[in-house]
Design a protein around this ligand. Structure first.
Ligand code: ADP
Length: 490
C-alpha cells in the first residue's frame, strides 16, 4: 500500500521567545529558513544577536533566582515535563512534517524516530525531577555532613540542525528536571521545531523565563551565549571546531561549565564470522541514515578481507536501492542534505575520494533536481590516510576499508582524533567484548548500530566531546554538588 505525500504545513513568519513573550529581534532583523528539498524560503525568522541574548539571559536569571521556578516543587517540575511530552505527542504529525520541511529528513524517519524519541526523552527526565538528591556522608568527628545536588543555574544551549527536535529534548529534559532555566539557540538552518516546542511549553504552563528560544547565527547569537558572564553553563552539540570556540569563550569569561557533543569518524567493524548480510544492512543504516548527517555515522567500514567482496556486494545493492526524493513522500528513504553549504562540502569530499585513489563503486555525484540531493555513494579500496577516511564528511558517503586481524583493526580504528562511537559485528562473544574494551569511543554497539534510548548515556572520548548526555549521567551536567557540614558538638 502506498501512502500519499504529506501536504507541507502552512508556515507563518516566526518571532523569538523571551520571558514568555513572542517578540521581534531588537535589531528588527530576520533570516530565511530554507526548504532543502527545493531551495525555496519557508518563512522568515526573528534573528537574535547579543542584545536579544542579553534579554533572554536576564529573563532566565530572574526565573531561576526569584521566579516561580525557583520555588516550584520538583514533582511539579516533573509534571510540567510530562505535560510537554503529552503536548508533543498530540502535535506529533505536525511536528514531524515541520521537521521534514525544515531539515529535509524523510517523513518516515521524523515520524518513526525523531518524534517518538523526543517524547520518550521528556518523559524519562520528567520522572527524574523529584529523584535528584544528595547523600548523607560518613564524616569523621562530631559532625553531620550531607550533599545537595542543586541546579547549576542559567544554562545556554546551542544545538545543531541534524536532529533539531531530538537535540532540544536531550538539552531541555535534564536541564529542566534539575531545576535550571534555559536559553536555547537552535541552528539557523532548522529553527522551526524548537519554536513550536517552545509554544507548546508555554501552552502547558511553564512559567515565564524558564525556557527562552533565540534563533540566530552561530558567531553572533551562539557566540553571545558562550561568552555571557551570567550564563552558568553552556551545553553545545555541533562541530569540533566550534566546540573549541565555545570552550575558549567559556574559559575567558566566567569559567562556565561546558559540555560538548562533537564530531566523529566512527569505525564499524565486520568480522568474517558475523552474519554478513545483516551486518551489511546495518552498515548501510549506520551511514546513510539521516543522509549521513549523524555525528555517530559509521563512516569507516572495516571489513575482514575474507568477506570483503560479499559484504561490498550487499552494501552496493542497498545504496542503489535507496529511494531518494521528496522527503514528504512516505516512501522516500533519502532526502536532501540540509543546506547548499553542506551539499557543496560533501561533493568536495567525493571529489577528494576519487582524486585520492579510492574506487567509487556507486554514486559519486549530485542528483540533477532542485534542492540539495547527493547520490548515495560507496568508496572501496579506501586507505587510512585518505582525506575521506580521516575527516567527518556528514553526508551519504561510505568508505570501505579491508583488514586482516584483531590487533590491526583495533589499532586502525583508534587511529583518529575522534572517539564518539564504534560497532563490532561478530558471533564470537570474547572478541566482541575485547573490542568493546579496547575501542576508544563513548558508545560501542555489538551486533547493532544507532541504538538510542533516553536511559543510555551518549558522548565522546577525545575530540568528540566532553561529558555525557542522556541517562542519569546527564543530570550531573546540570547540577552543582554542595557539601553541608554541621557541628554537632557544643
Ligand atoms: P555544522 O558545521 O554542522 O553546521 P556547527 O558547529 O557550525 O555545525 O553548528 C552547530 C551549532 O553551533 C549551530 O546552532 C550554530 O549556529 C552554532 N555555532 C556556529 N558557530 C558558532 C560560534 N562561533 N559560537 C557559538 N555557536 C556557534
Amino acid at each position: 500500500m502506498t501512502t500519499a505525500t504529506i501536504a507541507p504545513p502552512k508556515i507563518t513568519d516566526k518571532k523569538m521567545l523571551i520571558d514568555g513573550c513572542w517578540i521581534d529581534s531588537a535589531s528588527g532583523k530576520t533570516f530565511e529558513t530554507i526548504n532543502p528539498a527545493t531551495g525555496d524560503t519557508i518563512c522568515h525568522v526573528a534573528e537574535a544577536d547579543k542584545s536579544d541574548v542579553d534579554m533572554a539571559v536576564a529573563a532566565a536569571r530572574r526565573a531561576f533566582d526569584s521566579g516561580p521556578w525557583s520555588k516550584m516543587n520538583p514533582a511539579d517540575r516533573g509534571r510540567l515535563l510530562y505535560k510537554l511530552a503529552d503536548a508533543i505527542e498530540a502535535d506529533a504529525d505536525n511536528l514531524a512534517a515541520l521537521e521534514t520541511l525544515d531539515n529535509g529528513k524523510p517523513i518516515r524517519d521524523s515520524k518513526a524516530v525523531d518524534v517518538p524519541l523526543t517524547i520518550a526523552c521528556y518523559r524519562y527526565y520528567a520522572g527524574w525531577a523529584d529523584k535528584i538528591h544528595g547523600k548523607v556522608l560518613p564524616i569523621s568527628g562530631d559532625f553531620h555532613a550531607y550533599t545537595r545536588h542543586e541546579p547549576v543555574g542559567v544554562v545556554g544551549q546551542i544545538i545543531p540542525w541534524n536532529f533539531p527536535l531530538l537535540m532540544q529534548s536531550w538539552k531541555w529534559g535534564p536541564a529542566l528536571a534539575a531545576g535550571c532555566t534555559v536559553v536555547l539557540k537552535p541552528a539557523e538552518q532548522t529553527p522551526l521545531t524548537a519554536l513550536r516546542v517552545a509554544e507548546l511549553a508555554m501552552e502547558v504552563g511553564f512559567p515565564e523565563g524558564v525556557v527562552n528560544v533565540v534563533p540566530g547565527f552561530g558567531p553572533s547569537a551562539g557566540g553571545a551565549i558562550a561568552a555571557h558572564p551570567d550564563v552558568d553553563k553552556v551545553a553545545f552539540t555541533g562541530s569540533t571546531e566550534v566546540g573549541k570556540l565555545i570552550m575558549k569563550a567559556a574559559a575567558e569569561t566566567n569559567l562556565k561549565r561546558v559540555t560538548l557533543e562533537l564530531g566523529g569518524k566512527s569505525p564499524n567493524i565486520i568480522f568474517a564470522d558475523a552474519d554478513v548480510e545483516k551486518a551489511a544492512q546495518f552498515a548501510h543504516f549506520a551511514l546513510f541514515f539521516n543522509m549521513g548527517q549523524c555525528c555517530c555515522a559509521g563512516s569507516r567500514l572495516y571489513v575482514e578481507e575474507r568477506i570483503h567482496d560479499e559484504a561490498l556486494d550487499h552494501i552496493t545493492r542497498l545504496a542503489e536501492k535507496a529511494r531518494v526524493g521528496d522527503p514528504l513522500d512516505p516512501e522516500t528513504t533519502q532526502g536532501p542534505q540540509v543546506s547548499e553549504e553542506q551539499y557543496n562540502t560533501i561533493l568536495g569530499y567525493i571529489d577528494a575520494g576519487k582524486k585520492g585513489g579510492a574506487t567509487c563503486v556507486t554514486g559519486g555525484g549530485k542528483i540533477d533536481r532542485p534542492g540539495y540531493f547527493v547520490q548515495p555513494t560507496v568508496f572501496d579500496d579506501v586507505q587510512d590516510d585518505m582525506k575521506i577516511a580521516r575527516e567527518e564528511i556528514f553526508g551519504p558517503v561510505l568508505s570501505v576499508l579491508k583488514f586482516r586481524d584483531v590487533d590491526e583493526v583495533i589499532r586502525r580504528a583508534n587511529d583518529t582524533m575522534y572517539g564518539l562511537a564504534a560497532a563490532v559485528w561478530t558471533k564470537d562473544i570474547t572478541k566482541a567484548n575485547l573490542l568493546a574494551r579496547r575501542l576508544r569511543a563513548g558508545t560501542v554497539w555489538i551486533n547493532c548500530y544507532n541504538v538510542f534510548d533516553a536511559t543510555v548515556p551518549f558522548g565522546g572520548f577525545k575530540m568528540s566531546g566532553l561529558g555525557r548526555e542522556l541517562g542519569e549521567y546527564a543530570l550531573s551536567n546540570y547540577t552543582e554538588v554542595k557539601s553541608v557540614v554541621t557541628a554537632l558538638g557544643a
